[in-house]
Design a protein around this ligand. Structure first.
Ligand SMILES: [Ca+2]
Ligand SMILES: [Ca+2]
Length: 246
C-alpha cells in the first residue's frame, strides 16, 4: 500500500441520516474532500443510475474495491482500489465525488444487501410494527424509503423474505390520494396496470369496506393485499436511488 502524508486527505463521514442517534443503524460513506488525491481505477468507468448503485457495485467487489468516484452530471461510476496522492491539481470534476467505502451496506449495522437477477438492494428490516404512515416516516428518517418492488426481480427478493420470516410487511404502495389509483412512495409514480395484475392476490385490491388504501405482503391474500392503513405491521426500508452526500 502506498503511504502518503495524512494532511493530504480529509475524510468526512457522510452519514445517510440526520440524527446522531441513528448513527449506529445508518450506512456510511466517507467522502474524500482533499483534491490532491487520485484513485487507482479498477476498470473503465460505466454509466450507473445513482450514487447509491455505484456504491453497491463497489460493495459487491469487496476485497478489491476500496473507493469509488461518481459524477452527478454524467452518471459515470468509477470503481477503484487504493486512493493515492497526486501532484498538482485533482483530476476530479466539480460534479464528481470521491468516496471510500466498506460500510455502505454493512450487515453488522443490520443492513442487508440482497441481489436477484438485475436487482441489487440495500434494505433494513424492522422488528417493530407500525401503521402505514409511521412506517413510511420511519424509513424516511433513515434516509430510506418503504420498499418498492417495482420489478419482478425486486418482487422476488421481498417474496423470499416474507416466506422466510412468515410475516406480513408493508410495502411502499398506496391509493390514499385517489381511490384505486396506486402510486409508489419513493417517486409517486403510477403502478403499471399489467404489473398490478401480476403482483396482487386474486380479487385484490378490493378496497374492502371502502377503507383499504395501503398495500402489504400478506400470507393469507398472497402475495399482495390492500389493507387498512391503520393496521400495525412490520416494514422493510430500502436505500433510495436519489440520496446524495454531495
Ligand atoms: Ca383503496
Ligand atoms: Ca383487500
Amino acid at each position: 500500500m502506498i503511504a502518503f502524508p495524512s494532511k493530504l486527505i480529509v475524510l468526512e463521514v457522510c452519514i445517510l441520516g440526520s440524527l446522531s442517534l441513528l448513527l449506529a443503524q445508518e450506512a456510511m460513506l466517507f467522502r474524500v474532500s482533499e483534491v490532491n488525491v487520485a484513485m487507482v481505477a479498477l476498470e473503465v468507468p460505466e454509466v450507473i443510475t445513482s450514487l447509491t448503485s455505484c456504491a453497491i457495485r463497489c460493495h459487491m467487489l469487496a476485497g478489491s474495491c476500496f473507493s469509488f468516484k461518481y459524477n452527478l452530471v454524467t452518471s459515470l461510476c468509477s470503481l477503484g482500489s487504493w486512493i493515492v496522492p497526486s501532484n498538482g491539481t485533482s483530476s476530479l470534476q466539480p460534479s464528481e465525488g470521491l468516496f471510500t467505502t466498506g460500510a455502505f451496506c454493512n450487515t453488522s449495522l443490520n443492513f442487508t444487501l440482497e441481489t436477484n437477477g438485475t436487482a441489487s438492494v440495500c434494505i433494513w428490516i424492522s422488528t417493530k410494527s407500525y401503521n402505514y404512515t409511521t412506517s413510511v416516516n420511519s424509513c424516511l428518517a433513515r434516509r430510506m424509503h418503504l420498499y418498492t418492488p417495482k420489478t419482478l426481480d425486486k418482487f422476488s427478493i421481498m417474496t423470499s423474505i416474507v416466506i422466510r420470516l412468515q410475516k406480513n410487511f408493508w410495502i411502499g404502495l398506496d391509493d390514499i390520494e385517489v381511490e384505486n389509483v396506486f402510486r409508489w412512495v419513493d417517486d409517486g409514480s403510477l403502478l403499471d396496470n399489467n404489473y398490478r395484475k401480476q403482483i396482487f392476490a386474486p380479487n385484490q385490491p378490493d378496497n374492502h369496506n371502502g377503507s383499504e388504501d395501503c398495500v402489504a405482503y400478506n400470507l393469507k391474500y398472497f402475495p399482495l393485499n390492500d389493507g387498512t392503513c391503520s393496521s400495525a405491521l412490520p416494514y422493510i426500508c430500502e436505500k433510495g436511488t436519489t440520496e446524495s452526500t454531495f
